[in-house]
Write a protein that binds this ligand. Sequence first.
Ligand SMILES: Nc1ncnc2c1ncn2[C@@H]1O[C@H](COP(=O)(O)OP(=O)(O)OP(=O)(O)O)[C@@H](O)[C@H]1O
Ligand SMILES: [Mg+2]
Length: 213
Amino acid sequence: MQVIVLASQKGGSGKTTLSGHLAVEAQRGDKVVVCVDTDAQGGLTDWWNARNLETPALSTAGTGGLKALLEKLAKAQVDYVVIDTPGQVSAEAQATIRLADIVVIPVMPSPHDLRAVGKTVDTVVDTGRPMLFVVNRATQRARLTSEAAVVLSQHGTVAPVTIHSRTDFAASMIDGRTTNEIDPTGKSAAEVRELWAYILKRLDMEKRSAAAT
Ligand SMILES: Nc1ncnc2c1ncn2[C@@H]1O[C@H](COP(=O)(O)OP(=O)(O)OP(=O)(O)O)[C@@H](O)[C@H]1O
Ligand SMILES: [Mg+2]
């Protein structure tokens, strides 16, 4: 089982949107996926409730805590767990990050968001967990997007796929679907597919390098 945690100190960068999208995408090939919403705001839970579909399942940590939940899910042969975290990286969120096989950090390509990324990076680096930046909500202003990728690359790996700003991403979160479920042939669906494929590649690389040490 592998655990993907979406985190960022910056509110509104797309953690919840990408959590839902990646969880649905991760099911490809009959994989068993569970989402966990650790944000008291409950955005992922609201999306899941609007879905009216059983998969991917939604689980809560409950009184036993997240670690115990993950142990239970691993025993139940779950393939991937996708965890959404709050807009503020608290001590609790850092404890969640510690349990990640990869930490996906969505970042909007704006100067303000890029300046704020250092805080998130510090929190993740202290856990020693591998991180991956994803430029999200990019507009067609390619210059700002490529500048963002350059700034982010100074901190760590940047996903080679950019998620653009499109209304179908926002709409999907309201009606409980994903862009792929709305239009599998659309550009948004293609970007999410590519992003998940890249995350799988990173997870595999991390596994191999851990095995080699
Ligand atoms: N690629 C995108 N294109 C268009 N809208 C997007 C995209 N990604 C996210 N959004 C919209 O941006 C807003 C913030 O996204 P989201 O709730 O996923 O961010 P978040 O990081 O979870 O925020 P918070 O820190 O408050 O939990 C939402 O209204 C969402 O619909
Ligand atoms: Mg959120």
